[in-house]
Design a binder for this molecule. Structure first.
Ligand code: HEM
Length: 300
């Protein structure tokens, strides 16, 4: 549903900008599809809210909201907030918050794994970092992330080459201004092409090359040249969560499994259409448990 929403939004933005006349006719069809999607999404989150609410009410200890291992789900957190501030955290607000942008983190992970499969020596080095930092007796946790310097650099380099929101969000000038020598009137929509900035030969050394150590080696995110999450006041609110989610997924994949391409050819790195820059061909890969992790994995 998230992917479908992004595809439909991309269609709306592109067609509306380029062909306003066409848009008047096409809009009705798009609107119908968007409304149908909204109903489906509403129903999905609605059911999930009811399920969680019932489970929390039936729990004996009264605190509610924890799974068998004492962990809260995101929906539990939302329902706790609703208990303490019902006017602010209505069911509609919860549905909206739950829908925000899970797609970008998932597709960043997919791009990262694709790059690793095309650069097996990088994959091997990431596995070695995990072996020395975390070992084989336990699975990697969020507390390990600050120590995984190399993996972190891989993720930043992936976000440089494949920023999943390549044009950031459209912004509008609040007053007349000048951008790169051009006069821009107040109320003009401005798009920032982060994808192009990230590959600008004047800003980066060998910008087209995947250099896994780039962000360890000091060619860091200084100035305004690295902005996969935007900049300033309206920068992505979820940046901390997004980086941690991608890092934890990647570390778990690499720590626990051996990965291989499905064929001798390179993994296709072409970009497909859509607002969150999906891969043209979804990644397919072969994996099996790493020998050193079999014992731990079999206990899960
Ligand atoms: C790799 C994953 C992600 C990427 C690349 C990404 C990127 C972006 C970008 C480029 C923007 C627009 C910034 C601008 O206006 O210039 C944005 C906005 C936003 N993002 Fe993310 N995002 C990611 C994950 C997340 C997650 C996981 C959440 C929430 C859980 C989130 C929540 C938001 C929100 C709420 C905004 C709007 C902020 C505002 O307008 O003030 N994002 N994101």
């Amino acid at each position: 549903m998230v992917s479908e929403g992004l595809q439909l939004s991309a269609a709306t933005v592109n067609a509306g900008d380029d062909m306003p006349e066409f848009m008047r006719v096409a809009w009705r069809g798009l609107e119908k599809r968007l409304m149908r999607l909204r109903r489906r999404r509403d129903e999905f989150w609605g059911k999930l809210i009811v399920l969680h609410r019932e489970r929390r009410q039936s729990e004996d200890n009264g605190s509610g909201g924890v799974d068998g291992e004492g962990r809260e789900t995101l929906m539990d957190v939302m329902l706790s907030l609703q208990n303490s501030d019902p006017e602010r955290y209505t069911d509609d607000i919860i549905k909206g918050l739950m829908t925000v942008r899970t797609d970008s983190s998932a597709s960043t992970t997919e791009w990262t794994m694709s790059l690793l499969l095309n650069h097996p020596h990088v994959l091997e080095k990431a596995a070695t970092e995990l072996d020395t930092t975390v070992g084989h007796e336990r699975s990697v946790s969020k507390d390990d992330l600050p120590n995984l310097i190399y993996s972190n650099s891989i993720i930043h380099e992936t976000l440089r080459l494949y920023p999943t929101v390549p044009l950031l969000a459209p912004h509008e000038t609040s007053k007349d201004c000048t951008v790169a020598g051009f006069d821009v009137f107040a109320g003009t929509m401005l798009l920032v092409n982060a994808w192009a900035i990230h590959r600008d030969v004047g800003l980066w050394d060998e910008p087209e090359k995947f250099k896994s150590e780039r962000f360890m080696a000091g060619e860091a995110a200084e100035g305004y040249k690295f902005m996969p999450f935007g900049m300033g006041r309206r920068r992505c609110l979820g940046v901390g969560l997004a980086i941690r989610m991608v890092a934890l997924m990647l570390a778990t994949f690499v720590q626990c499994f051996e990965w291989e391409k499905v064929s001798p050819e390179e993994v296709d790195m072409r970009e497909g259409p859509g607002l969150s820059m999906p891969k043209a061909t979804p990644l397919e890969a072969l994996y099996k448990p790493r020998q050193s992790m079999v014992s731990l994995l079999s206990q899960l």
